[in-house]
Design a binder for this molecule. Structure first.
Ligand SMILES: *Cc1c(COP(=O)(O)O)cnc(C)c1O
Length: 448
């Protein structure tokens, strides 16, 4: 009981000089809220018989106020070696994409034709860029690729049969499950084949009854190896079209780059799917495209137009800031400048010996750590099982998890990879212009 009495009343706390200064900065209402929260937490701690706290009440109030008013998400240096790290926001934007997004943040010609002064179409330029990059007749940009799939199924397959191979009933990180999206859209799922093998005759049988479409989904984040069989897209197209059904290809990543790095031979390319006759394709903006979150739909003009006019399209449309960033990203692909401009592609195409010399420089600047070869990955549901050779600095510290936490929470946050009791900083997912900041952040995390 005594312990509770030692806690000040809210009004008493509010008259404290430190808290008075906080009121100046944060306002009375928010500061009082923070005082109440801290006192409530203290009372709860006493009830739970947690030991005495070594921090001051006013200090906790200030910390709470800081945490409430800090803008989020915070910038992070990604030293995990996973290039498309979903928890770290997938693809980092290029400088041009950031500039374009900044410019569009104010008034912009989002839906105005500056030439004629009359109403224009949102995303018109971006859609045309997609057509140039994929060879499609028309395109539509939506909020993300999950939205692409939902819109396509809702607009084109509601209450009708959709045929899909069992090996493609995937779950993508963050709970995007093909069968659930199918359910939500009102389409009727028709599973064919088995987990490892689906044959042309499986499609043939399923298409003997009327179906809206055949959906092909790139397995993205897993790989079936060994005794397997899948039907080439062109064969599915021939059969589906004979039966009056459409073919939709959800590519996931959408590899636009002509070259691609090692291990990308099997990664499907949007243009190949269009060439093979897919009626619609869709892919993400923030995977191998290397741009912002977006869903890109491309294909036959009449179908894209139908999607554009569907009421759901309005709810799933992309915002102006992401649209601008996406357009700048496509511009880099169109000019074959992805490898020099887009961070994801700069990371993928970085030479391994350049990574080694950078890690040597990290070690030299820090004066500690072990230089080691490493295996980085593309991540983001692209190329599962494939690794990119890399170099890393292995840091051991007495209290490693404390060190890793300080590194994550420092002035410049750095996220590394904890591996066998060591913290690994992988150079593959760090851009050369971030080296200085990374070294400084590690220094600070060691010193504190
Ligand atoms: C990643 C992925 C999605 C979901 O895309 P988001 O842009 O994350 O919504 C859908 N389908 C496939 C095949 C994917 O790989």
């Amino acid at each position: 009981m005594n312990e509770y009495r030692q806690l000040p009343a809210v009004d008493q706390l509010l008259s404290d000089l430190v808290i008075q200064a906080a009121i100046q900065q944060y306002g009375y209402g928010l500061t009082r809220e923070a005082c109440r929260d801290v006192l409530a937490a203290r009372r709860a701690a006493i009830t739970a018989q947690g030991g005495p706290r070594d921090t001051s009440i006013t200090g906790e109030v200030l910390e709470l106020l800081l945490s409430w008013t800090r803008t989020s998400p915070r910038a992070v240096i990604n030293a995990t070696g996973v290039i498309l790290h979903t928890n770290l926001g997938r693809a980092p934007l290029s400088a041009a994409a950031v500039a374009a997004a900044g410019a569009a943040a104010g008034y912009c010609d989002l839906e105005l034709d500056l030439e004629t002064g009359s109403r224009g179409r949102r995303g018109g330029t971006c859609e045309h860029q997609v057509c140039l990059l994929t060879g499609a007749e028309d395109a539509l940009i939506v909020n993300n690729n999950a939205a692409s799939v939902l819109l396509i199924l809702t607009a084109l397959a509601r209450r009708r049969r959709v045929i899909i191979s069992r090996s493609q009933l995937v779950e993508i990180g963050g709970g995007f499950r093909i069968p659930e999206v199918m359910n939500l859209s009102g389409a009727r799922l028709v599973e064919i084949g088995t987990t490892n093998k689906t044959h042309l005759k499986d499609y043939q049988e399923a298409l003997s009854e009327p179906a809206a479409l055949v959906l092909r989904v790139h397995p993205s984040n897993f790989r079936i190896e060994g005794f397997t069989a899948q039907v080439p897209l062109a064969d599915i197209v021939t059969m589906a079209h004979q039966a009056g059904a459409l073919v939709v290809d959800d590519l996931g990543s959408g590899l636009l780059s002509a070259r691609g790095a090692g291990g990308m031979e099997d990664e499907p390319r949007p243009r190949e799917s269009i060439d093979a006759g897919a009626d619609l394709i869709c892919f993400s903006g923030d995977k191998l495209v290397g741009g912002p979150q977006a869903g890109i739909i491309a294909g036959k003009k009449d179908l894209v137009e139908k999607l554009r006019r569907h009421p759901l399209a309005r709810a799933l449309r992309i915002d102006k800031i992401n649209l601008a960033a996406l357009s700048a990203t496509f511009s880099a692909h169109l000019r074959s400048a992805a490898d020099v401009e887009l961070p994801v592609w700069r990371m993928i195409s970085a030479k391994t010996d350049e990574l080694e010399s950078r890690v040597v420089a990290w070690q030299k600047a820090l004066g500690f750590g072990i230089i080691k070869p490493s295996q980085a990955t593309i991540g983001g549901g692209s190329l599962p099982g494939e690794t990119l050779s890399s170099w890393c600095l292995e840091v051991s510290q007495p209290n490693l998890s404390g060190f890793a936490r300080r590194l994550r929470n420092g002035r410049q946050s750095v996220v590394g990879r904890l591996e066998k009791g060591r913290l690994v900083l992988d150079a593959r997912s760090v851009l050369p212009e971030q080296d200085e900041e990374l070294i400084q952040a590690v220094r600070e995390a060691v010193a504190t």
